[in-house]
Design a protein around this ligand. Structure first.
Ligand SMILES: [Fe+2]
Length: 260
């Protein structure tokens, strides 16, 4: 039998650790998109570094401006896709761990308002990472997007504060690290064990154990959870791992049962 012809293949081999295609807009519901990004490695308290898939959320506001939550490492294709949607109005850092690419986006969109979460500017300075913010979230002030997106600082931790966002028109809650939900197929066997120990393995993703341990004011956190539930989100978008397309309230009740 003659040998099979060798067919040149120019397609990159899919990377099972990623939500491919990355740096591509993926529609969620009208006026809401996500873009999955590359993996970043985060040092864990156990001394290992864990691969985190990254994801940003884009909401088109009523005036056509774009609200960009936790912007990922950009490339020209992603910028071009964003440009086709509309003008970028807001670049949102939801917590002190999500800010690394704000500066790159701010360079591209100098008129966008880069919004700092509590403590993020100090952390960026300590890490010697460029961060260019124009405004800080003020829990006592009205929403910068009245009637469209409700921000809420999730309180109760002595070390961590995340601003969460509810998009009214689509009943979508947008979280960064308050729920992490890593799928085992995207992790090595060793990392699956780490994720399971940290309580962040799909289908039972939640805030990681070391973060949960910093919530010393459970009453304040429960008050915030009550607000999240009162919003009755249909879906919950996450920055890391599988997000929840439906049953938002039930997923919140499951993921935050550690507050009971
Ligand atoms: Fe994160």
């Amino acid at each position: 039998m003659p040998p099979s012809p060798v067919v040149p293949c120019h397609s990159p081999v899919p990377d099972p650790s990623l939500y491919e295609p990355i740096n591509t807009l993926k529609p969620v519901v009208p006026d809401v998109w996500i873009a999955d990004g590359p993996v970043v490695r985060m040092a864990m308290p156990c001394g290992l570094s864990m691969p985190f898939t990254t994801r940003m959320t884009i909401v088109r506001l009523r005036d056509g401006g774009l609200w960009c939550h936790s912007p990922i490492a950009p490339d020209d294709a992603l910028f071009a896709a964003i440009d086709a949607l509309g003008p970028v109005r807001d670049l949102v850092s939801p917590n002190q761990l999500h800010y690394a690419h704000i500066a790159a986006w701010k360079r591209r969109y100098p008129h966008a308002v880069a919004r700092a979460s509590p403590g993020v500017s100090e952390r960026a300075a300590a890490q010697d990472i460029e961060a260019r913010f124009d405004a800080a979230f003020d829990d006592a002030a009205p929403s910068p997007w009245p009637g469209e997106i409700d921000p809420l600082l999730f309180r109760g931790s002595r070390a961590f504060g995340e601003v969460v966002f509810f998009h009214r028109a689509s009943a979508t809650l947008v979280l960064a690290d308050l729920i992490e939900n890593f799928e085992k197929e995207k992790l090595t066997r060793g990392m699956r064990a780490v994720a399971r120990l940290g309580g962040v393995l799909d289908p039972d993703g939640k805030a990681p154990l070391d973060m949960r341990m910093t919530f010393t004011d459970r009453g304040a956190a429960r008050d915030c959870l009550r607000q999240l539930l009162a919003w009755k989100p249909q879906r919950v978008l996450l920055a890391h791992g599988r997000w929840y397309e439906r049953d938002g309230v039930e997923q919140l009740q499951r993921a935050f049962r550690w507050l009971e």
